[in-house]
Ligand binder design. Structure first.
Ligand SMILES: [Ca+2]
Length: 319
């Protein structure tokens, strides 16, 4: 039997984080060895408690959850979108939720560093929240990225379309300096799932309903925490439902999901009055000897095989 792939999920649950965690847990070839949390959709303690709720639903509370950074590298934490409710998971009461005592004592960034040493060359990271923890890991140990096998990132944009502002996607907007550090200095193969690709691969409301109609605890959980988001977007006549973190996780789980991509140099605007957090892509194909040449550092996913993508989401809730 092939060795299972070792995965750490860095996240800010978040309904779409919750779904992404369940997608990873439904894959027998994936060993989720830890979840590290970061402030984003909610504060970092709430994010950690949310991750525990997801693990409890999946009966995987043996997976350690670590609390990471509660503020961006620079400045104060920016409020999340109302899309996820105040607590990040649609403000659904859960009296049986795991308590704060289930969160690991060690800091999430220290855990990232330690796990990268224990599993050097094997560890894969999926980052589906602001990149603060990952950037901090780089700052504490510049060799962090060299020990990773890969990093998949949900964040940024490549056509200038934003969701939290007119120009920026939420994860990069929430900590643009961290995104700048990670894209420039992580030094491992990086795959970026930009906002536009998420938009272009939205799912129909029928698919959304069907996926959440399985007779499983996971499906009932996701349906309940999604209710807030659905009620938030449907009155705005949303033509479909837009998963985000799920698209990133799907690409991690299977390269076959990726229909098209570009390998380019990309960085992040950190100071723009209108464009803070916008991803900046060098589309020029310059010769390597050109003084303006920038070595490609990321693979940006521009298209998905929709059927396989939807299958991976459906599998997560069907068992
Ligand atoms: Ca997220």
């Amino acid at each position: 039997m092939a060795t299972r792939r070792k995965l750490v999920i860095d996240c800010d649950p978040g309904n779409d984080d919750a779904m992404s965690i369940l997608m990873a847990l439904s894959d027998v070839n994936i060993d989720v060895i830890a979840i590290t949390c970061v402030a984003g959709n909610c504060d970092v303690t709430q994010a950690s408690l949310n991750a525990l709720r997801v693990l409890q639903v999946a009966k995987k509370l043996d997976i350690p959850v670590y609390t990471g950074c509660d503020a961006p590298l620079l400045g104060e934490r920016k409020p999340g979108s109302p899309y996820h409710g105040v607590d990040g998971l649609g403000d659904v009461p859960d009296p049986g939720a795991p308590g704060i005592d289930r969160i690991q004592i060690e800091h999430g960034v220290q855990a990232l560093l330690q796990l990268s040493k224990e599993h050097a060359g094997e560890l894969q990271l999926v980052s589906i929240g602001p990149l603060t923890n990952v950037a901090m890991a780089i700052r504490l140990d510049s060799a962090f990225g060299s020990r990773l096998k890969s990093c998949h990132i949900m964040g940024g944009n490549y056509q200038g379309r934003g969701n939290i502002t007119m120009a920026a996607e939420f994860n990069f907007y929430a900590d643009p300096e961290a995104a700048f550090v990670v894209l420039g200095q992580l030094c491992c193969p990086m795959t970026v799932m930009p906002w536009e690709t998420c938009l272009e691969h939205a799912i129909s409301w029928e698919t959304h309903t069907n996926t959440r109609s399985h007779d499983t605890e996971k499906a009932r959980f996701i349906k309940s925490v999604d209710e807030w988001s659905v009620n938030y977007v449907k009155p705005k006549n949303a033509p479909n439902f837009v998963p985000a973190d799920e698209a990133c996780m799907a690409c991690f789980l299977s390269d076959d999901v990726i229909k098209s991509s570009v390998h380019v140099y990309a960085t992040v605007e950190t100071k723009g009055h209108y464009t803070s957090g916008q991803m900046v892509v060098d589309w020029r194909k310059r010769d390597v000897n050109d003084p303006l040449y920038k070595k490609p550092n990321v693979t940006i996913v521009t298209g998905l095989h929709q059927s396989l993508y939807e299958q991976l989401m459906d599998r997560a809730l069907s068992c």
